[in-house]
Design a protein around this ligand. Structure first.
Ligand code: ATP
Ligand code: ZN
Length: 470
């Protein structure tokens, strides 16, 4: 059996053949840290975390790197707007990133390099590109990559140089020898953070950071380079050009790209402003529903984000969680089932669909099916069979895809809690109408029932009076 993945560079499903047997070296483009992450940003994080776990399950040693872009125009703009240092913006949102991915149950990669820790290496790489004739210094101290010198430019994204020149998206910049050249080093503008270099005080361009960090940590050639498909051009095309110009060797052997999360026809994006934050989504739908949503379509296809679809995923997730809870109520510490033909057969199916370009929708369908069967085993009092199914869902499939992992108990609001919340809503209306007499009557009535009402600046809250035995 072998693993097949679609390689963006060839557009074909290809058998994964790693550079060193049994080892997968993989680089994923991480976030630019200037804000909280949204559901779109969560997609590559969830998908490639699951893919990496699958590779490990199939026996590979995986060395995974995911960077933080901690210097960039957007970070500088935010820092200026808030009157703080760019480092503080970056550090803040790296910390917030960890909070979000941890609440999503995404595992850390092996390395999480930050651009600003690699400036010396970046300067060294640019010097080498200049000396090899692939890059030149402009009048103002910027350094640009000569796109035409690298003969394979456009191979990854399928773009032709002529199209790029006529394309309106290439900005006019008189500092460049050719409009399609891109920046490796940007000379400092007033007030910007900067580092010394032989050409000017300045900072790295965006693309060179990923070339340098990936090659420093994984070697000149490594197995898989991944990220969202919005990065294919220009980011990945440029990374490939620089890296291969630098070493004269192939860069990434396979390129994997996830499709976009779309809202109202556009890519979900901070710059467009149509974002739904990960932590809001976790609050409203729960982490398993969000992960199901992200994995229940093939990773390459775009997915439309909508409240209805997420609620549908929430219902589906709750069904499975309820089933698992039902089993866990009976067995607090389920043990290891004896692996028999039945288990082997289902596991083989699961592997088969994931080996075929990581077809998570089919894998998830298998989990739903198993969950139904688990209920049936419990109805019929077949404990052995139930344990096998429970084991497959939580410890094998869930632990590979990163869903239903966390001994998930459904937090159901009790009838009592619901009633108190409703009564407090009515009290709030009285308060709004300045009918304090009625509002206070409600407060006192609740107090008689042992419920203390607290009006705080964040709104009205309640707690139970401590019961003291006389
Ligand atoms: N809507 C989306 N759907 C899927 N993946 C996305 C989406 N937006 C960003 N990504 C991916 O998230 C990762 C982190 O990207 P990054 O922080 O650069 O986001 P971004 O594109 O700058 O976001 P924004 O456009 O919101 O500023 C990248 O791999 C990127 O491809
Ligand atoms: Zn990158």
């Amino acid at each position: 059996m072998s693993i097949y993945i679609t390689n963006t560079e060839t557009g074909k499903k290809e058998k994964l053949e790693t550079l060193e047997p049994g080892i997968v070296k993989m680089y994923v483009c991480g976030p630019t840290v200037y804000n909280y992450i949204h559901v779109g940003n969560a997609r590559p994080a969830v998908v490639f975390d699951a893919f990496r776990r699958f590779l490990e399950y199939r026996g590979y040693k995986v060395i995974m790197v995911q960077n933080f872009t901690d210097i960039d125009d957007k970070i500088i703009n935010e820092a200026n707007e808030w009157g703080v240092d760019f480092k503080d913006v970056a550090e803040t949102f790296i910390a917030e990133y960890w909070r979000d991915v941890q609440s999503l149950g995404i595992r850390a990669a092996n390395f999480h390099p930050r651009t600003t820790d690699y400036v010396d290496d970046i300067v060294e790489a640019i010097e080498k590109l200049i000396s090899k004739g692939y890059a030149y210094v402009a009048n103002n101290g910027d350094v640009y990559f000569s796109v035409r010198k690298y003969k394979e430019y456009g191979k990854l994204s399928g773009k032709k140089i002529e199209e790029l020149i006529s394309g309106a998206r290439v900005e006019v910049n008189s500092l460049k020898n050719d409009p399609i050249d891109f920046a490796l080093w940007k000379a400092v503008k007033p007030g910007e953070p900067n580092w010394e270099s032989p050409w000017s005080c300045g900072r790295p361009g965006w693309h060179i950071e990923c070339s340098v960090m990936s090659q420093k940590l994984l070697g000149d050639t490594f197995d898989i380079h991944a990220g969202g498909e919005d990065l294919i051009f220009p980011h990945h095309e440029d990374e490939k050009a620089q890296s291969e110009a630098l070493t004269g060797k192939p860069f990434a052997r396979y390129w994997m790209h996830n499709g976009m999360i779309i809202t109202r026809g556009d890519k979900m994006s901070k710059s467009i402003g149509n974002v739904f934050l990960v932590r809001e989504a976790i609050k409203r739908y729960g982490k398993d529903a969000l992960k199901l949503f992200l994995l229940s379509k093939h990773y390459r296809t775009p997915i439309e984000f909508s409240d209805e679809i997420l609620l549908e995923n929430k219902r589906a997730a709750l069904k499975v969680i309820k089933t698992l809870n039902r089993f866990e109520e009976k067995y607090s510490y389920p043990l290891v089932p004896k692996r028999d033909e039945y288990m082997k057969e289902i596991e083989a199916k699961f592997i088969e669909v994931l080996e075929d370009d990581f077809n998570t929708p089919k894998a998830i369908a298998l989990i739903f099916e198993l969950s139904k069967e688990l209920n049936k085993s419990m109805d019929e009092g077949k404990d052995d069979e139930a344990l096998k199914r429970y084991h497959l869902i939580t410890r094998v499939f869930g632990s590979i895809l990163g869903i239903f992992e966390s001994g998930t108990k459904i937090e159901v609001q009790s009838a009592e809690e619901k009633v108190i919340d409703e009564i407090l809503k009515v009290r709030q209306e009285f308060r709004k109408e300045k009918n304090y007499l009625a509002a206070d009557k409600i407060r006192d009535a609740l107090a008689n029932a042992g419920i203390k009402v607290l009006d705080t600046p964040e709104g009205t809250k309640w707690e139970k009076f401590l019961e003291v035995n006389e």
